[in-house]
Design a protein around this ligand. Structure first.
Ligand SMILES: *Cc1c(COP(=O)(O)O)cnc(C)c1O
Length: 351
C-alpha cells in the first residue's frame, strides 16, 4: 500500500493570493504606506547588529512592551504571534478539545473556519442577518444552548467593513458566561479607539483580543500579531505556542515601528483619509443605482454589493487593477490617491 494523505487534507490547495503583475493591487487590505528610508535603514542596522546566530527572545518582550505602550495596556497581558494568523491557528488547537464546538459567522474572515476544521473541532456556522450584521442575541442563545466553547469574529469585520460597538461586545461577552470570546480587531485602528476592547480584554476571564501589524501599521511583511488577554489565558497561550515563533528580524522591526507613535498615528490618519475619499466618491458614483449597495466602512476598504460583481472584477483585472471578488460582492482596499481615482474611473465605466 502506498502512502495516502488523510481525507482531512487531501484536496486542500495552498493559499494563493492573486499572482501575476498588476500595477494596482487593492485586493489584500495592505497599507499603501511604508516606513521612510531612514526608518528602514535603522531597522536594517539593528537587525544586522543583533546576534543572528542566537535564537530570538521566545517571549518577544521588547516588541510586546512597545505594543503595550502604544495601546496603553500592560505588557504582561500580551502574547506575540507570527502574524495574528498563527494565533488564530493556535486558539482552536489549544483552547478547544477535539470535537468541541466553535462558533463562527458567515460572512467573516475565512481562516477561522479553516483552522478549526484542521483541529477537528466542530465548526458551527451562523449566517449573518440580511444587513450583514450579527444577531448577537441569537448567537448568545445558540452558545448557551449548544454548549459552544469558543466564538470568534472580526470587529470591524473583514469582509463586510461593519463595526460592532464596544458596548454591544461587552454585553455579548457577559451573556455567554463560560464561552471563550475571541475578538479579532485587525481593522480597529481604522474605526475608533473607543470601540476597541483592547484596553479591557484582560478584565474578563473569557476574552482574547487579537491585533495585527499587517494593516494600519503597514508591516504585513514582518508577520507580527498580538493577543491580549488576562494572565491565565496569556500564560496558556505562551505555553502552547512554539518557543521561537517570532524571528529576531521581525521582533526588531516591530519594536522600532511600534515605538514610533507619531509614525503610526500618521499612517492611520492618511489611510483613513484615503478610505473616506474612496467611500464618498463611490457613494456619489452609485447614487442613482439602487441595485448597488456600498456598506458603511469602519476599515481600510469598501465592500460593494453589485450585480455582475464577477464581470466587473474581470474587467478591472484586464485593466491592471485587482480587487477581491466574493460572490456578488467586491472588496476594494483604499490605496493612494491615484489608485483610488483609477479604480473609481473603471467602476464608473463598468458598473
Ligand atoms: C488581515 C487580517 C488579519 C491579519 O493577519 P496577519 O496574520 O496578522 O497578517 C487577521 N484577521 C483579519 C480579519 C484580517 O483581515
Amino acid at each position: 500500500m502506498s502512502y495516502q494523505l488523510n481525507d482531512k487534507i487531501t484536496g486542500l490547495k495552498p493559499y494563493e493570493p492573486i499572482t501575476g503583475e498588476y500595477p494596482i493591487r487593492l485586493d489584500a487590505n495592505e497599507s499603501f504606506l511604508q516606513p521612510s528610508a531612514i526608518m528602514r535603514a535603522k531597522i536594517s542596522m539593528e537587525i544586522v547588529d543583533g546576534g543572528l546566530n542566537r535564537y530570538p527572545d521566545p517571549l518577544c518582550k521588547k516588541a510586546c512592551k512597545a505594543f503595550a505602550d502604544y495601546y496603553n495596556i500592560d505588557a504582561a497581558n500580551v502574547t506575540a504571534g507570527n502574524g495574528s494568523d498563527e494565533l488564530l491557528m493556535l486558539l482552536p488547537m489549544a483552547f478547544l478539545k477535539k470535537n468541541e464546538r466553535m462558533l463562527v459567522f458567515e460572512p467573516d474572515f475565512s481562516m477561522y473556519k479553516f483552522y478549526s476544521y484542521l483541529t477537528e473541532n466542530q465548526v458551527i456556522c451562523m449566517p449573518k442577518k440580511k444587513d450583514l450584521t450579527i444577531d448577537l442575541d441569537a448567537a448568545a442563545h445558540l452558545i448557551n444552548e449548544q454548549n459552544i466553547k469558543a466564538v470568534v469574529f472580526s470587529n470591524p469585520c473583514n469582509p463586510t467593513s461593519l463595526g460592532i460597538s464596544r458596548q454591544q461586545i461587552i454585553d455579548f461577552i457577559k451573556s455567554v458566561g463560560d464561552c471563550l470570546v475571541i475578538v479579532d480587531e485587525a481593522y480597529m485602528d481604522f474605526w475608533d479607539s473607543y470601540q476597541s476592547i483592547v484596553t479591557i480584554a484582560a478584565q474578563f476571564d473569557n476574552v482574547i483580543c487579537l491585533r495585527t501589524m499587517s494593516k494600519a501599521i503597514g508591516m504585513a511583511g514582518i508577520r507580527m500579531g498580538f493577543a491580549v488577554a488576562n494572565k491565565t489565558i496569556t500564560q496558556a497561550l505562551r505555553s502552547v505556542k512554539s518557543p521561537y515563533n517570532c524571528n529576531s528580524l521581525s521582533q526588531t522591526a516591530a519594536e522600532i515601528i511600534l515605538s514610533d507613535k507619531q509614525y503610526i498615528d500618521n499612517c492611520i490618519d492618511t489611510i483613513k483619509q484615503s478610505r473616506d475619499y474612496l467611500y464618498n466618491k463611490a457613494i456619489e458614483l452609485f447614487a442613482y443605482r439602487p441595485d448597488v449597495v456600498i456598506y458603511p466602512t469602519c476599515t481600510n476598504f469598501i465592500f460593494i454589493l453589485a450585480p455582475d460583481a464577477e464581470g466587473t472584477y474581470e474587467l478591472l483585472r484586464e485593466n491592471g487593477v485587482v480587487v477581491r471578488l466574493m460572490g456578488n460582492y467586491l472588496r476594494v482596499t483604499a490605496g493612494t490617491q491615484e489608485e483610488n481615482d483609477r479604480v473609481l474611473e473603471l467602476l464608473r465605466q463598468f458598473l
